[in-house]
Design a binder for this molecule. Structure first.
Ligand code: LHQ
Length: 263
């Protein structure tokens, strides 16, 4: 399939998706929503793909919704943004966070509005030193969406989440790393090399086990300690029956490198 608004490549066991509307800082129109969902679906269905890497083309990662794509003229009927979330952003966020493989986001530049919250919903977020995160919603009378009101307090705590959401101030990649909002801030020129290396490395790991780890960590926010122990029991039972557990233990005992199949 060929795409107009994104680039999609499969390399070294991982899929790389690059948001590619750089003239508008990769902000979303309807076609980009459609193409991104189709690309994620095809990565998900491809057994050769065991990690997803998401990044942006040009100087930005993503500036959220394309604000020029909607008619907000005074004479236009008020839009139903709830419907937009229901039909485009929310399905994307569920699809992205539900993927049974690690998802890396390489934030190459500014990530604003929904663009920031898409990045922050990924499993491992690397950001270029010159990149930044902006909860821009408050500046246009909206609330953080794409999971931002859920993700932000969990990543940085309520005080910082509230300040960022109410003020819409820019957070630099360095600050984001210091606050624990992202995994690492790296020099601009090292970003893609590091992200690609990480994706290729994760693609050789026990993918099913990694998917279960993601499930447990994501579920923990809504569980008590005791519920989480039960969940760990259930997920460990599944992990213990996998090929890769058997292979991991055998390789350890035989003092050799494991050959994980992701199964
Ligand atoms: C843009 C955009 C953009 C169009 C830069 N749209 N052109 C969900 C439900 C439904 C509807 C509403 O939204 C949502 C979720 C959301 O995401 S709401 C939040 C939408 N995003 C924003 O409010 C961010 C708007 N952008 C900005 O504040 C700035 O562009 C940032 C801070 C991201 C970057 O600033 P600069 O580095 O100074 O770049 P710039 O502003 O000069 O932008 C470069 C170009 O990109 C420029 O076009 P031009 O033709 O003048 O070169 C901008 O108009 C265009 N652009 N964001 N979201």
């Amino acid at each position: 399939m060929s795409y107009e608004t994104i680039q999609f490549d499969i390399r070294d066991g991982y899929a790389a998706i690059t948001l590619s509307r750089s003239e508008v800082l990769n902000s979303f129109n309807a076609l980009m929503h459609e193409e991104l969902k189709a690309a994620i679906k095809s990565a998900d269905k491809d057994p050769a793909v065991r990690c997803l890497l998401l990044t942006g083309a040009g100087r930005g990662f993503c500036a959220g919704q394309d604000l020029g794509d909607r008619n907000t003229a005074p004479e236009a009927a008020p839009p139903d943004l709830g419907h937009t979330l229901d039909t485009s952003y929310n399905p994307l966020m569920r699809q992205l966070t539900g993927l049974e493989m690690p998802v890396i986001c390489a934030v190459n530049g500014v990530a604003a509005g929904a663009g920031a919250n898409i990045a922050l919903a990924c499993d491992i977020v690397l950001a270029a030193r010159s990149a930044s995160f902006i909860q821009a919603f408050c500046k246009i009378g909206l609330i953080p969406d794409s999971g931002g009101t859920w993700t932000m307090p969990r990543l940085v705590g309520q005080a910082r989440a509230m300040g960022l959401a109410l003020l819409g101030d820019k957070v630099s990649a360095e600050q984001a790393e210091q606050w624990g909002m992202i995994w690492r801030c790296v020099d601009d020129e090292a970003l893609m090399g590091e992200a690609e290396q990480l994706a290729a490395r994760l693609a050789t790991q026990p993918t099913k086990g990694l998917a279960l780890i993601k499930r447990a960590i994501r579920a923990s926010a809504g569980n008590s300690f005791s519920e989480q122990l039960d969940l760990e029991r259930d997920l460990q039972s599944i992990a213990g029956r996998s090929h890769d557990y058997r292979e991991g233990v055998a390789a350890f005992l035989e003092k050799r490198k494991p050959q994980f199949r992701g199964e």
